[in-house]
Design a protein around this ligand. Structure first.
Ligand code: ARG
Length: 470
């Protein structure tokens, strides 16, 4: 294909006679988006190929021109993928860069591409295509993380940990039950993402700047060619809707709430004070000063990255809240927010999965904690209730006993004969044997509770839902 270096590209501001002078450098640098929207190029090219093809089909441009345009666009994409194409600031954004490069490749016919199109419907389309792609990739990464949690629940089966409320040991639960709680949370994130993907699957192309165009275009045909299953209902909404980005950021924020809670838990559990888990060396760092330190950096940053994600949600909500219809340049602020969140999640999801898959659970250590933490107190009171003691009185008696045991550094296995007679009558010493953590866990048999057979059933359901049979 011959290249036309002789004429300056049509898209150059210098060639628009509306303006008497070139754009101020600082103002160009301030308004240009090519520094960050360059990643949209493959989607922009895809959209332009569909648009040019439709223009020719409808007789709006000639078949021959469309063919040269499409060839040129394919060359641009090849060069981009080979790293041979450089963004030019003076062309402002990725859309004008594509048109500019196309002009350099095929000459003035490049100027036909933008017939019956505005950058407003163009950028909206690019974002839909990009987000659909990213959403599908993120969904796979999320599925992998869910699978890792299910495998953990399987391999850690039988380990009893103290369950907490107020971060005080409350009642023992199976560690597998704990992992499956995260599987449930991430399962909702997965469901929300899938529902969102259905809404993103919608084409704004053809809305033009805001009102539609006077050309006999075929928006349904371009939507179909691009693999988008429906069209916007209203052209004003098509160019100014950023709900799909707000929803994505809100979705990501809730996901990050879940991962941040998990990260926080692992930071605690890997501390010397807890010692429930040991991070794999591959997921820990040392201290530059203190030679003994092994820090759970990955877990900390999984927690810490939530800040920027929440921040971007609030940022874009604020950008959008006062905008009259339809497009405004304010909306260009959507990109860095959304791209940063996409990149953040591509970082967080795989590394969280790796950290969890390689985590070592310190069963012995947990066993010493779960036996001595008074988390059997409710069940001890329940034993009294079974012998006719009113619950409130049982609650008081056990509370007093715990106070005494704690003050002298003892557990329920070291109750004195006198305490037994004074506080626990009519219970006998052998009744106390029923307070073993495993027995307490086994007694909680509701379908969603922590008894081993229920957790086994939950595990089977999770494996079936996430395709992990065998
Ligand atoms: N760079 C712009 C954006 O990201 C593209 C749309 C520009 N449209 C316009 N009328 N200035 O939103």
């Amino acid at each position: 294909m011959a290249e036309h270096h002789s004429t300056p590209p049509d898209v150059s501001r210098a060639r628009n006679p509306r303006f008497q002078k070139a754009m101020d450098r600082a103002s160009l640098a301030f308004t240009a988006s090519v520094g960050f929207d360059w990643r949209l190029l493959p989607y922009d090219v895809k959209g332009s190929i569909a648009h040019a093809t439709m223009l020719a089909q409808r007789g709006i441009i000639s078949q021959a021109a469309a063919e040269r345009i499409v060839e040129g666009l394919k060359t641009i994409l090849r060069r981009y993928e080979a790293g041979e194409l450089t963004p030019r600031l003076e062309w402002e954004d990725v859309h004008m860069n594509v048109e500019g490069h196309l002009f350099e490749l095929i000459g003035p016919e490049a100027g036909m591409l933008h017939t019956a199109r505005s950058r407003n419907d163009q950028v909206a389309l690019d974002m839909h295509l990009y987000m659909k792609d990213q959403g599908q990739q993120l969904r796979q990464e999320l599925e992998h993380l869910i699978a890792v949690l299910i495998r953990r629940a399987e391999s850690d089966f039988g380990v009893v940990i103290p369950g907490y409320t107020h971060l005080q040991a409350a009642q023992p639960v199976l560690l597998s039950h704990h992992w499956l709680a995260y599987v449930a949370m991430l399962g909702r994130d997965h469901e929300r993402l899938s529902q969102w993907l259905e809404r993103v699957d919608c084409s704004p192309l053809g809305a033009g700047a805001l009102a539609g165009t006077p050309y006999p275009t075929d928006p349904a045909a371009t939507a179909e060619a691009l693999g988008l299953s429906k069209l916007y209902e209203n052209s004003l909404d098509a160019v100014s809707d950023r709900d799909f980005l707000l929803e994505f950021l809100a979705w990501a924020s809730i996901l990050m709430v879940h991962l941040s809670r998990l990260g926080e838990e692992l930071v605690l559990w890997s501390s010397q004070e807890f010692g429930y888990v040991t991070m794999d060396d591959g997921y820990s760092t040392g201290s530059s000063m203190m030679p003994q330190k092994k820090n759970p950096d990955v877990a900390e940053l999984v927690r810490g990255k939530s800040g920027r994600v929440f921040g971007h949600l609030l940022g874009l909500l604020t950008v959008m809240k006062g905008l009259p219809l339809a497009y405004h340049s304010d909306m260009q602020e959507d990109k860095e927010a959304v791209f940063d969140v996409v990149d953040t999640l591509h970082g967080v999801l795989p590394v969280a999965a790796g950290m969890l898959a390689t985590l070592r659970v310190n069963g012995e250590r947990i066993r010493t904690r779960v036996g001595r933490d008074f988390s059997a107190a409710t069940d001890l009171a329940d034993l009294l209730v079974a012998r006719g003691v009113p619950f409130r009185e049982a609650h008081h008696r056990v509370g007093q006993l715990v106070g005494q045991l704690e003050a002298s550094g003892r557990g329920f296995d070291q109750v004195s004969d006198r305490e037994l007679a004074e506080l626990l009558a009519p219970l006998q010493r052998e009744d106390l044997a029923r307070l073993k953590p495993e027995a307490l866990v086994a007694a909680r048999t509701q379908s969603f509770a922590t008894a081993p057979e229920q957790v086994q059933a939950a595990l089977r359901r999770a494996k079936a839902r996430w395709g992990l049979e065998g």
